[in-house]
Design a protein around this ligand. Sequence first.
Ligand code: CA2
Length: 152
Amino acid sequence: MTTPVIFILNGPNLNLLGVREPAVYGHDTLEQIEQRCASRAGKLKVEIDFRQTNTEGELIDWVHEANSQAQALILNAAGYSHTSVALHDALKACSIPKIELHISNIHAREAFRHKSMVSPVVTGLICGFGTDGYVMALDAAARLIEKSQKNQ
Ligand code: CA2
């Protein structure tokens, strides 16, 4: 059997992690998070494709790509989570298991963060566990893939 691929997509401003707002998002940089995910992926025997963009259209193109190239998708859409109908539509058309991820607990923050366009069209949601959420999401994605393979 070929090694399952999991896309981990990051939206706008997440390239600033570790540099600004450590009280909300912690001290880890996105590169350090990617390294932790890569190390966990090795143990789970999955491959990861870890990306970040500040552009809505590129994020949507990558969701389309995940649907044909990956077995699961982890998405921290950052600010676009709260605004993007286009991202909602792209995820709706994407049939692999999808996990919405946020570093912070979006429900314990400003009211405009309580609404997510992503939540209704994903398999599950992880938020509020800091950057550990990335590894938690990876574990959950690997489990979902394992289950779907057993059901085939
Ligand atoms: O908690 C999360 O992971 C968020 O997706 C992060 C987004 C925010 O808009 C969401 O409501 C929740 C913000 C990402 C920007 O990250 C920064 C990191 C350092 C400095 C400035 C922004």
